[in-house]
Design a protein around this ligand. Structure first.
Ligand code: GTP
Ligand code: MG
Length: 316
């Protein structure tokens, strides 16, 4: 039997070899995989794949720390400014590195516009509210706009070409492709200094690929695997992961009353650390409601979509 790769030497030889021939050479790449994909790639069962992933995740997680150390780490954590002071204050500085932030809202509420603004701002140096890094944009709806990002860059006196060069864009065509892309991002994250990952939108393909009541359980399992993989991606590379989500009608079982809520259900709803819901207000004003945050109470702020981008004021 062959030699073992140091990082994977604790695995039995047959599993080690199956991982290597499928292209999984590091604990990070395994931790970010989803069980279904790892099983397909290696020929191992999905249950074995789950166990391998759990082991990889525990090998990359940090040892217990004191709350004092954690406070220090938290204070140093990067955030991406939104270019609106109100939105930044709602988000305790903007979407945080190492975490998932969800932006929900009905059509034309500004989810994509806010993502475009973050694509520009993540590239700024840290003392200007950026993460000093590049961006990976996963476009599931075909609505990415380089032109619009260029306008936002010009409004900030930045060099449009270099801003656009620092954004990798992938158009994903189905949910399977979408889960696979996370592995791709993991492969280039360190070399390319990727600090912001956008998924616009997280839900669209999952909702259209798994239609019918009998496929809901399968869909939920896949979306939760995707969520774990994104959580691990954010954690191991200290990346801010920002996902957009659609609103769907949610019927209260007791009263029968229907109200709108972000798609993908209850178990997904606990995965993003921070969640905001956007809604329209007259003109280009938008209201953001913080619905989930480890650091701020539920509250609302107003912002504007202007020609220059996301702002506190309608006239820039
Ligand atoms: P869906 O993807 O359809 O669910 O919507 P969304 O929430 O992603 O909406 P999006 O971010 O695309 O926001 C659309 C809003 O931004 C519309 O009201 C547009 O008028 C506005 N918008 C887009 N481009 C510009 C622009 O160049 N200037 C201004 N002022 N507004 C713009
Ligand atoms: Mg959009």
């Amino acid at each position: 039997m062959g030699e073992k790769i140091a990082e994977l030497e604790s695995y039995p030889q047959n599993i080690h070899d199956a991982l290597i021939s499928a292209g999984y050479r590091t604990s990070k790449s395994i931790a970010i995989a989803i069980p279904h994909d790892l099983a397909v790639d290696t020929g191992l069962s999905e249950q074995t794949a789950e166990e391998i992933i759990a082991r990889a995740v525990s090998s990359i997680s940090s040892p217990p720390m004191s709350a004092k150390d954690l406070l220090y780490i938290e204070q140093k954590k990067g955030k991406v400014t939104t270019s609106s002071n109100s939105l930044d204050s709602l988000l305790a500085g903007g979407p945080w590195a190492g975490e998932i932030t969800e932006i929900s809202g009905e059509f034309a509420t500004g989810k994509s516009q806010l993502c475009f603004q973050l694509c520009v701002n993540a590239q700024l140096p840290k003392d200007r509210g950026g993460l000093d890094g590049k961006v990976f944009f996963v476009d599931s709806e075909g609505t990415f706009s380089a032109t619009r990002i260029g306008e936002m860059a010009i409004a900030m006196d930045l060099d449009v070409e270099s801003v656009l060069e620092n954004i990798f864009v992938t158009r994903v065509l189905d949910s399977h492709h979408q889960t696979r892309v996370v592995q791709k991002i993991n492969e280039i994250a360190e070399e390319e200094n990727i600090k912001l990952v956008i998924i616009d939108s997280i839900a669209a393909h999952f909702r259209s690929d798994y239609i019918g009541k009998d496929r809901i359980a399968e869909r939920q399992q896949r979306i939760m695997q995707h969520a774990s993989s994104l959580t691990n991606l954010a954690y191991v590379h200290d990346i801010a992961v920002v996902v957009t989500n659609q609103m769907v009608a949610k019927v209260d079982e007791l009263s029968g009353a229907s109200q709108k809520a972000p798609a993908l259900g209850e178990s997904w709803s606990h995965r993003p650390q921070t969640r905001i819901v956007l809604r329209k207000s007259p003109g280009m004003a938008r209201i953001a409601r913080l619905t989930d945050s480890p650091r701020r109470p539920e509250s609302e702020e107003v912002f504007y979509i202007t020609d220059g981008g996301i702002r506190d004021n309608p006239r820039n």
